[in-house]
Design a binder for this molecule. Structure first.
Ligand code: ADP
Ligand code: MG
Ligand code: MG
Length: 255
C-alpha cells in the first residue's frame, strides 16, 4: 500500500492585487485502493489543490506538506511526480501540436518506467485501451488533444490511466461537459484502473452526477480552502439534496 498525505497545506497565488491565499490548512490522507471524492462550490480551491499536487509553478506552497510514502512531493519536479506514481487529469487538457497520440503515449510510458515498453505487449495494450475507451484507432495518428471534443479529451486522458498504471489519480472535474454515454465510458475506465492496479483515486467534482458511476468510500466537502466535513457516501447524498449553503455559512462564521 502507498499513501499520499497532505498536511496543513497552505497555498497562495500571485494576483494583480498581491498574493492571495487559496488553500488555508488542508489535510487529506489517500491510500492506494481507496476512492475519495472532494466536492465543493465554485472557487473553493479544488483545482488549486489539483494543480498544487501536479506542481504547477503558479501555486506557491507557503506551509504544510505533501508526501508520498514519506517522500516530499513538493521537492519533486513535475516529471518526478509522475515517475513517483502521481497522475493528474486536469480540468482543461492541453493540446500538443505536432505530437501524435501514439508517440506521446510511448514516449510518456518510456519516461515513466525508465525503459521503453516491449513493442509487442505495448501495441496490444494500446489497442486494448483504445477499444476499452471506445476511441476510434484513427486517433492514434492525431496530435494530442488537437481538435478533440471535450469528451474525446477526457477519454484520451483516462486511456492514459489504463496504460500508465499510476498509484494515484487526481481527477479534476472529469465529469464536466460529458454526455451520459461518455460519462459512463470514462467512469468505467477509472473503475477498471482502480481495480486492476489498486489505484488510489481523488475525484474532484462540483456535481454528484459522476458518483452514480464511481463510488467513493470517502467524501470530503471543501469550502474556502479547507475540508469542512468528511464522511461516507451519505455525505454526497446530503449535498445533492441540500447543496453547499450550510457549509458556506459555517465557513463564513469561522473566517
Ligand atoms: P474551484 O476549482 O474549487 O472552483 P479554484 O481552485 O479554481 O476553485 O479557485 C479558487 C480561488 O482561487 C478562486 O477564488 C479563484 O478565482 C482563485 N484563483 C485560482 N487560480 C487563479 C489564478 N490563476 N489567478 C487568479 N485567481 C485564481
Ligand atoms: Mg494552518
Ligand atoms: Mg475547479
Amino acid at each position: 500500500m502507498a499513501t499520499l498525505q497532505i498536511t496543513d497545506l497552505h497555498v497562495q497565488i500571485e494576483t494583480d492585487n498581491g498574493p492571495k491565499e487559496i488553500l488555508k490548512g488542508l489535510n487529506l490522507t489517500l491510500n492506494t485502493g481507496e476512492t475519495h471524492a472532494i466536492m465543493g462550490p465554485n472557487g473553493s480551491g479544488k483545482s488549486t489543490l489539483a494543480s498544487t499536487i501536479a506542481g504547477h509553478p503558479r501555486y506557491e506552497v507557503t506551509s504544510g506538506s505533501i508526501t508520498l510514502d514519506g517522500e516530499d512531493v513538493l521537492e519533486m519536479g513535475v516529471d518526478e511526480r509522475a515517475q513517483a506514481g502521481l497522475f493528474l487529469a486536469m480540468q482543461y487538457p492541453v493540446e500538443i501540436p505536432g505530437v501524435t497520440m501514439t508517440n506521446f503515449l510511448r514516449t510518456a510510458k518510456t519516461a515513466l518506467d525508465g525503459e521503453a515498453p516491449s513493442l509487442r505487449t505495448w501495441t496490444k495494450d494500446v489497442k486494448g485501451a483504445f477499444e476499452a475507451l471506445q476511441m476510434d484507432p484513427a486517433f492514434m495518428n492525431r496530435n494530442v488533444n488537437e481538435g478533440f471534443s471535450g469528451g474525446e479529451k477526457k477519454r484520451a486522458e483516462i486511456m492514459q490511466l489504463e496504460l500508465f498504471k499510476p498509484k494515484f489519480a487526481i481527477l479534476d472535474e472529469t465529469d464536466s461537459g460529458l454526455d451520459v454515454d461518455a460519462l459512463r465510458i470514462v467512469s468505467e475506465g477509472v473503475n477498471r484502473a482502480a481495480e486492476a492496479n489498486e489505484m488510489g483515486t481523488l475525484l474532484i467534482t462540483h456535481y454528484t452526477r459522476i458518483l452514480n458511476y464511481i463510488k467513493p468510500q470517502h467524501v470530503h466537502v471543501m469550502v474556502a480552502g479547507r475540508i469542512a466535513e468528511s464522511g461516507g457516501p451519505e455525505l454526497a447524498a446530503q449535498l445533492e439534496a441540500e447543496g453547499y449553503a450550510r457549509f458556506e455559512q459555517a465557513a463564513e462564521v469561522s473566517a
